[in-house]
Design a protein around this ligand. Sequence first.
Ligand SMILES: Cc1ncc(COP(=O)(O)O)c(C=O)c1O
Length: 416
Amino acid sequence: MTIEYKNNDSFIDGISLKKIAADFGTPCFIYSHNDLVKNFSEIKNVFASEKRKVFYSVKANSNLSILKVLLELGAGFDIVSLGELERVIKIGAQPEKIIYSGVGKSEEEIIRSLEYGIHCFNVESFSELERINSIATKLNKVAPVSIRINPNIDPGSHEFISTGVETTKFGINLKNMMDAFIYANNEKSIELLGIDYHIGSQIESLDPFKEAIVSVKKIVDQLKENNINIKLIDMGGGLGINYQNNDAPSLNDFGKTINQVINDNELSDYDFIIELGRSIVGNVGYILTSVEYIKKDSEKNFVIVDAGMDNLIRPALYDAWHEIKPITDNKEQNILCDIVGPVCECTDFLGKDRRLSVQQGDLLIISSCGAYASSMASNYNSRPKPSEIMIKNGEMHIISRKEKINDLFSREIIVS
Ligand SMILES: Cc1ncc(COP(=O)(O)O)c(C=O)c1O
């Protein structure tokens, strides 16, 4: 998606950003319905079939309207909490199109998922497997599970999002996985469906994905030697997007490549699931923010905006880079600055060492804020969460209203 500059303003899908700021205030999130449909359709068209399903990883952006759009396009859902489960149920997802990942599933979460009848638990430890077995037995149900293995593959992304290396908490390592498969295969209250992995996020090369499929083929063969037959391979998510001048593969190339590697490794008879988050929603979203102050210093200039790390924590958390531009097409790049928020932390920055032509009161647009922005947002410094707007068919739709100040303490009880 490109932002269009026109008449001293910018437009996303034909809607003026000045108008959005006037109608909804800043900061606010803006999403393009058009781009959301385009992204999901791109991967669905190349990958989805009777045996291959595209799931959406809810943690990337869990807004109900975003989920509903994806549901209508045919997505299944990868969830990691009771909250995410109830979100996808609320928008009408069928339980058999829900898979449950995550290392810390509570009893309550397992019970609720079994009651709904979800498609599969992606089990991350032996003790979780025992807990699911015991709950399913008590409820007189059979729990469908895949074993999440940790294939020890370095996806080449930031350390904090490289989940497929053995030093992380995710999955069961190759040494111990067979015990889990054997247990799951033998217990009456468990139906062993398959194998699952997720090697990391913001992966910018297709090689780690290929490597993972080759590694899974070896595991499938090992399972067969132990008379364990599975039918499902869940490949997780992880495809990166372009934030800067990086060159992430397209969804189309990703889909084509994994199809090819699945076939090359004689795995075509298996059911496959992919669980994409960032590559579906990342470049669909923006944050519109206003410049509150410009602080000129001898050492450094600071452009202080009304969005902060409470709205977009990725720069603080991963040193992530987001494009930040004034909404007016002023080509003069006249100050070298850090763009920072109002939150009282040194890590409250949105961009560092940028050249911007900017004045107090200007509007700036921050790109690639569709994934892991609003879903990671907080109320730190008692700042209300902003409005979220979806542009659909040339119209603005509010999909999350701005929190009111009263919302901030509505759960709190003053002890006298
Ligand atoms: C188990 C699992 N599946 C899928 C995803 C989605 O990853 P991404 O947004 O990189 O596609 C994640 C994200 O961390 C995850 O933990």
